[in-house]
Design a protein around this ligand. Structure first.
Ligand code: KIV
Length: 271
């Protein structure tokens, strides 16, 4: 038997566990993974949620954005992650244009769940009709608001969103709409800490932040960023855990511990 598996918590995480964690005030730890080895390592370190993010387009495939990633790419990487994982909750991204219509979203989501092994799909933006349609079909949905990397050509740059009152009010209104549409989780990317706090307090679903401050129900980072392996410049909201540990395993364990005891993110990682 693999010695690393001996201390695994037996229970496989589900959405009810994550919901319960929010209500108990226990922080949810999450990282991206794109293959079986990283998935196993994260899982064994006690991560709650693994996101097979379309960030793989940048960190694995070497593209300048996430736009070239296809549903087939997402399916392949979700299958790899599912093979390495035993207990963490797996979310797979719907990549650019794969949720352009509600039917298309549901068809692609079903593939990521049925063939890939994901337990939930994530889509960028307040695509209310697509969320409602998927939820009607029994598909668990995670929404993603704030900075939307798939909209990079509209935005022009990767920058903090919701800094002025009008933008912040729109993001808050969208957050409430996605919850009403049936989304069971929300990722908030690169928004001021105060806005993420308000959203986290007003929503009953778990809100996971990346560059969104300490008050979210949980935190997520791109695994390559927190291992100091980024090809470009390190995002301000990330932290290189390899600097304070000697191994990848210890780095992931340190991240999980800091999310749980709320020492990550610090002010320097927040906006
Ligand atoms: O694709 C991804 O890795 C993501 C995270 C940045 C949340 O969406």
């Amino acid at each position: 038997m693999n010695q690393n598996l001996i201390n695994l918590p037996a229970k496989v995480k589900n959405i009810a566990d994550l919901q319960q964690m929010k209500h108990a005030g226990q922080k949810i730890s999450s990282l991206t993974a794109y293959d079986a080895s990283f998935a196993a390592l994260l899982d064994q370190a006690g991560i709650d949620v693994i996101l097979v993010g379309d960030s793989l387009g940048m960190v694995v495939q070497g593209h300048p954005s996430t736009l070239p990633v296809s549903v087939q790419d997402m399916l392949y990487h979700t299958q790899l992650v599912n093979r390495g994982n035993q207990r963490a909750f797996i979310i797979a991204d719907l990549p650019f244009m794969s949720s352009a219509t509600p039917k298309q979203a549901a068809k692609n989501a079903a593939m990521l769940i049925q063939q890939g092994g994901a337990q939930m799909v994530k889509l960028e933006g307040a695509k209310i009709e697509a969320i409602q349609f998927m939820v009607q079909q029994g598909i668990p949905v995670c929404a993603h608001l704030g900075l939307l990397p798939q909209a990079i050509y509209q935005l022009g740059k990767y920058a903090v969103q919701g800094k002025d009152e009008k933008q912040a009010a729109k993001i808050l209104a969208d957050a409430m709409k996605v919850e009403q549409a049936g989304a069971q989780m929300l990722i908030m990317e690169c928004v001021p800490e105060a806005l993420a706090r308000k959203i986290t307090e007003q929503l009953s679903i778990p809100v996971i932040g990346i560059g969104a401050g300490i008050h979210c129900d949980g935190q997520i980072l791109v695994v390559y960023d927190m291992l100091g392996l980024n090809l470009g410049k390190k995002p301000r909201f990330s932290k290189d855990y390899m600097q304070q540990t000697g191994t990848v395993r210890e780095a992931v364990q340190a991240y999980v511990a800091e999310v749980k005891d709320q020492t990550f993110p610090a002010q320097e990682h927040s906006f």
